[in-house]
Write a protein of this length. Structure first.
Length: 468
């Protein structure tokens, strides 16, 4: 009797559910966040035209206020996902993001738009680390290098679609639709997430939100960015700018000191005892500045030097980000066996070569196929090698309970770097008349930061133990 019933029981045992539907639900939300940021790079000119009384430095805060708050909120959001349930925090973040997107599109003033962007940043911060931790938890250890790279490739695809789609949307129906387009995508992710995702077990100890640490980080990054973007403004004296910069430096020092003494700090400094984690975040900071400068500077070049329309500029940038996707997938497969270091060092050196190409080859006369497209191939390949690998390398050796917080620290580092990159670009190119020679300093910094990324990546070791 017993032996006869065993096969029947075994036959009714369901096969393990595939993790890929979970991956796609979580990745759609990550796609949404990345799409929004890249669309606004292409929509910057339209936003300035929509608010003609605002300067380029003023409008940069539509980008930077979002990014500063996003960076400061990412880390506690990772802790909230671990403590209160990843599904709950993920769905809350998606809901807040799409509600704030609607408010952005309806904003009637620069101040109202910036305020809505801050709210949007909170939603994005809640959903991003929860999204990655949901993906990490759904897959076994031996597939995580690939899945994290794919998760990064989804963001790369958004970067490819964002400029072209954003340029087309802004030129045909106006800048508010750069925000309204988030609504159907967010609604799809919210609906599927509520039905498909399973709630994670909450952590035994719930972390408090480090309000002091968040405030110090926001002041530090915001003040440094303000000092950079306003450094050439006649509305600010040198003394005032020096005070603002000093305030940023003091707040940054206070943030580090606070993190070393607080019971539950915003950033757990013990995470940086992992050498690969420390090196990956330092490389992320250097590369993130260069990436934002290159991406944002592209639209200044197309509009002011080659005089491309918004739609044409959006299409012109698409090949570079599209290359990111297959390169990231291939890199993810190989990194599981070889580790991330060879792809990071090689990719960063290739990125420096891309910066050298853009500095030396394109001129004032448009010649897209011969002068610009090869540079896009170089930069797209290098970004596919580096950016997803940095995200994966940062968390690959962390304990499972630190996935969300560790990934949030890495994402926050990238966002802080983007603030600095946007601020430098506005400083160098945000004045009234932009010429070809103005881009030499931008690409010189690009090359230097890429070489620094390569040097820092040499300290990253994520090879499987048996192959070291």
């Amino acid at each position: 009797m017993t032996s006869a019933t065993v096969p029947a029981v075994a036959a009714k045992t369901p096969a393990p559910a595939s993790p890929w539907p979970v991956f796609w639900v979580a990745s759609v939300a990550a796609f949404l966040v990345s799409l929004d940021s890249t669309m606004l790079y292409s929509a910057f000119g339209a936003l300035r035209a929509g608010f003609p009384a605002a300067t380029a430095a003023d409008m940069s805060w539509v980008l930077n206020a979002y990014t500063v708050v996003y960076a400061a909120m990412l880390i506690p959001a990772g802790g909230l996902a671990d403590a209160h349930g990843r599904k709950r925090v993920f769905l809350l973040g998606v809901t807040l993001f799409i509600a704030a997107s609607a408010a952005c599109g309806l904003a009637g003033s620069v101040g109202g738009l910036i305020a809505a962007r801050v709210l949007q940043a909170v939603g994005a911060a809640l959903l991003t680390p929860a999204s990655l931790s949901i993906v990490l938890a759904a897959f076994p250890q031996n597939q995580r290098a690939l899945t994290v790279s794919l998760w990064g490739a989804v963001a790369g695809f958004a970067a490819a679609v964002g400029p072209s789609l954003g340029s087309f949307v802004v030129q045909t129906v106006g800048w508010p639709w750069a925000f309204f387009i988030n609504l159907p995508i967010g609604a799809l992710s919210l609906w599927r997430g509520a039905r498909l995702l399973s709630e994670s077990a909450p952590a035994a100890e719930r972390r408090r939100i480090d309000v002091v640490g968040m405030a110090l980080l926001i002041v530090a990054v915001g003040a440094i960015a303000l000092a950079i973007v306003q450094s050439e403004s006649p509305a600010w004296t040198r003394t005032q700018l020096a005070v603002v910069a000093a305030l940023g430096a003091i707040a940054l020092a206070a943030f580090i000191a606070w993190a070393g003494t607080a019971r539950q700090p915003l950033v757990d400094l013990t995470l940086f005892r992992h050498r690969s984690f420390s090196a990956a975040n330092a490389a992320t900071f250097a590369f993130g500045i260069a990436f934002a400068m290159m991406f944002f500077g592209f639209f200044f070049y197309m509009a002011n030097v080659w005089h491309y329309s918004q739609a044409r500029a959006g299409l012109a940038i698409a090949p570079g980000p599209l290359i990111v996707i297959p390169v990231a997938i291939l890199t993810g497969r190989l990194a599981g066996r070889l580790g991330h270091r060879p792809f990071l060092v090689g990719g960063a050196l290739l990125y420096a070569l891309a910066g050298l190409w853009f500095m030396r080859i394109p001129g004032a006369e448009p010649s897209y196929l011969s002068d610009w497209l090869p540079g896009l191939v170089l930069s797209g390949t290098s970004v596919g090698l580096v950016l997803p690998s940095l995200s994966a390398a940062a968390v690959s050796k962390l304990p499972a309970q630190h996935y969300a917080v560790g990934s949030a620290v890495n994402q926050a580092t990238r966002q802080i770097a983007a603030v600095i990159g946007v601020a430098i670009t506005v400083l160098l190119l945000g004045h009234g008349s932009v010429h070809r020679s103005d881009f030499d300093a931008l690409y010189g910094l690009h090359i230097g930061l890429a070489l620094l990324t390569a040097a820092l990546s040499a300290f990253i070791n994520t090879r499987p133990a048996a192959r070291r």
